[in-house]
Ligand binder design. Structure first.
Ligand code: PEP
Ligand code: MN
Length: 350
């Protein structure tokens, strides 16, 4: 933290300022300009609130020098973090390979889940998504199958070998969801639910942290920091569109957030083009843009019959549309110096 004093600060005020700072455990370093004095604070500034210090006598402004996030910052770890999902295929997020998670918005019944899981695997998806606990805006909308949905996801994983990512909404469900899933999703609406972040920070399961509807990039990184500070460093960030004044799309995909995050953090970044655009025809162009901008993966909603979906049918791809997307995506990945994570069709043929 750097403190810029008011012009012509009297010496006794400057001395008092330094004493107050040092009483809070930091060392101070003074540089004198022609008019103002700059006080640098060295050491642990945890006891100093920049907004409060700005109100102290003689202080003109306070400039934080460090990013507010530490564990998540590039400064803390320069090399990209690789997040392993612990499945037999060794799926890893954050490396050269682009990982695609696909599946329904909600787990609806055993047949549709298995049909979707087998279909997306056939088209090269390396993860299965599906919501058992659904955060719905309306309490009258389908809320998900809950615990029964988790069991169905575990069955689909057993049948396909695909690791599963599913949302946890309640701190009391974290252990239960962790028993059934390979990755815990924190939904956009819960990005700043600090009690929930603390609980997922306690378990040994990778976390998919989605950006809040109106969250800044710094707020998202601080949410990741909450998880990491509890000991779980396996966090994957997800840009899923933010609220803007635009109404033509469900949200506005913040493409620039991808390179900004890649610069700021060592954590992997994936993109959800389904919730960003809100319409099936927007999924492919947004997915291509995400890969071009440096995303490490995608999470895409797929339903065998979108017209029958219990949630998010408008933005869900059919299995055929998903297959076509994967074919085109491979070329974008290649152009970006990446490749799509191992295609299981190739494994099957061999
Ligand atoms: C979802 O992935 O189904 C979901 C609810 O997403 P979000 O939290 O980004 O709205
Ligand atoms: Mn959805």
């Amino acid at each position: 933290m750097i403190i810029i004093t008011e012009s012509g600060i009297p010496q006794p005020t400057l001395d008092a300022l330094r004493e107050q700072l040092e009483a809070r455990g930091v060392r101070t370093h003074v540089s004198r300009g022609t008019d103002r004095v700059v006080v640098g604070c060295i050491g642990d500034t945890a006891q100093l609130d920049a907004g409060a210090v700005a109100r102290w006598a003689g202080v003109a402004s306070v400039v934080p020098v460090r990013t507010p996030y530490r564990l998540a910052s590039r400064g803390f770890r320069a090399a990209p973090t690789l997040v392993p999902l612990g499945d037999a295929a060794g799926t890893m997020i954050g490396g050269r390979q682009v990982v695609v998670a696909a599946g329904p918005c909600s787990v609806e019944n055993p047949e549709m889940l298995l049909e979707t899981a087998l279909g997306v695997r056939e088209h090269g998806a390396t993860m299965l998504r599906g919501g058992a606990f659904k955060p719905r805006t309306s309490p009258w909308a389908f809320q998900g199958l809950g615990t029964q949905g988790l069991a169905l996801l575990a069955d689909a994983r057993a049948a396909t070998g695909l690791p599963v990512v599913t949302e946890v909404m309640d701190p009391r469900h974290v252990d239960l969801v962790a028993e059934h899933a390979d990755m815990l999703q924190i939904g956009a609406r819960n990005m700043q639910n600090y009690a929930l972040l603390a609980e997922v920070g306690r378990v040994r399961r990778p976390v998919l942290l989605k950006r809040g509807l109106s969250a800044t990039i710094t707020e998202m990184l601080l949410a990741a920091e909450h998880i990491m500070a509890r000991g779980n460093e396996l966090v994957v960030l997800c840009e899923r569109g933010i609220r803007t004044y635009e109404t033509a799309t469900r949200n506005t995909l913040d493409v620039a957030a991808i390179p900004v995050l890649k610069r700021e953090t060592h954590l992997p970044v994936i993109v959800d083009p389904s919730h960003a655009g809100g319409r099936a025809d927007l999924v492919a162009p947004l997915a291509f843009a995400a890969i071009a901008a440096g995303a490490d993966g995608l999470i895409i909603e797929v339903h065998p019959r979108p017209g029958e979906a219990l949630s998010d049918g408008e933005q869900s791809l059919t299995l055929d549309a998903f297959g076509a997307l994967m074919t085109s995506l491979a070329r974008f990945a290649e152009a970006a110096g990446r490749s799509l994570a191992a295609d299981r069709r190739a494994t099957k043929v061999a």
